[in-house]
Design a protein around this ligand. Structure first.
Ligand code: SF4
Length: 337
């Protein structure tokens, strides 16, 4: 594994972006308010010919109005399959809404809150990537850039292929180069490097939510709940992954929990997924890492209602970025087929 390439969001810049989590309690009054908003959102969805896509890390009340719930790529592909929607309201973060736009250029794609960014996507800019790739090609002329889908559309547009946490190893193995610049997640790059013989040059980005989970926290739960299965996301640190029974993407965690004979799981990822697991698999027990992504939680039911009422905030991409990002995403689909 080579030294990481530069660029990461400074702690001060990250803190500037984080907002309070807002109302996360569910009192009777709050539930009554939510029920009213859910009814109005469902009415507006019909009137606007809109669908709501919700990422696995969203609040439980957002799941109630979602037409589809999944990881970012599943959602973008779902949106492409829906033929009768004019509007897509994306309840997730900005780079995910961009991916939905890339696959649905003719539709209006709305993000309820434009502040919903991502520490990982912010860790690499298109300019920094272009400079670093040019430098590295002096040493490795066959260098290929593989970008994790958690990055902006203009970074995707400069990549040879994208990957998800589920197919990262496969994409790296199948792309026609032995030298890979992998952006932006250093932890995922480490995980890939351990599962391939190719040279992986990592970027120095991380998901602040997964990166803060420690092996001590996981170990404490393992020791206090005998028989618990630990499911960890590859954005976690290496010393956390070493304690896991399975290293899985969020969608793979859903499948694993459904199909496993085990009935107790520690879900080592953002807490929203545990809410979805509890709602969809009520006969099993899920323990969560208690880590919330404040970017994801900027999306609220109030914001989703506002988005549908006022058709805002619209995602716009230049033709060049849209085409480049689509090429890299489609290359991923070909390589992972
Ligand atoms: S959980 Fe991490 S990768 Fe996902 S949106 Fe939040 S900061 Fe970004």
């Amino acid at each position: 594994m080579n030294a990481p390439a530069n660029s990461s969001l400074s702690p001060a810049a990250l803190l500037d972006k984080l907002a309070p989590l807002g109302d996360t309690s569910y009192s009777l009054d709050r539930c009554a308010d939510l029920a009213g908003m859910i009814a109005e959102i469902n009415r507006l969805k019909d009137e606007r010919r809109a669908i709501v896509l919700a990422h696995n890390y969203q609040r439980p009340e957002i799941f109630e109005v979602a037409d589809f719930i999944g990881d970012s790529l599943e959602l973008a592909r779902k949106a492409r399959e829906v033929t009768d929607a004019d509007v897509i309201v994306f309840c997730g973060v900005h780079f995910m809404a961009e991916t939905a736009k890339v696959f649905n250029p003719e539709r209006k794609v709305l993000l309820p809150d434009m502040r919903a960014g991502c520490s990982l996507a912010d860790a690499v800019t298109a300019e920094a990537l272009a400079d670093r790739a040019a430098d590295l090609r002096e040493v490795y002329p066959d260098l290929k850039v593989v970008s994790y889908v958690n990055c902006t559309a203009d970074v995707k547009a400069l990549s040879d292929a994208c990957c998800t946490s589920a197919n990262a190893v496969k994409i790296v193995e199948r792309i026609d180069s032995d030298n890979i610049l992998f952006v932006p997640d250093r932890n995922l790059a480490n995980y890939v490097a351990e599962n391939t013989r190719k040279r992986i040059i990592s970027w120095d980005g991380n998901c602040y939510v997964h990166h803060q989970i420690t092996p001590e926290e996981v170990d404490r739960v393992k020791r206090s709940i005998p028989g618990i299965k630990v499911l960890a996301h590859p954005e976690c640190r290496k010393d956390v992954l070493e304690l896991a029974d399975a290293v899985l993407s969020t969608s793979a965690m859903m499948r694993y929990a459904r199909e496993s004979e085990a009935d107790k799981f520690l879900v080592v990822t953002e807490c929203g997924l545990s809410d979805r697991l509890l709602m969809e698999i009520p006969d099993k027990r899920f323990y969560k890492a208690c880590k919330l992504c404040r970017f994801m939680k900027m999306i609220t039911l109030e914001g989703t209602l506002d988005s549908l009422q006022n058709l805002r905030h619209e995602i716009e991409l230049s033709d060049e970025v849209q085409k480049g990002a689509r090429r890299a995403l489609e290359r991923m689909l070909e390589l992972s087929a």
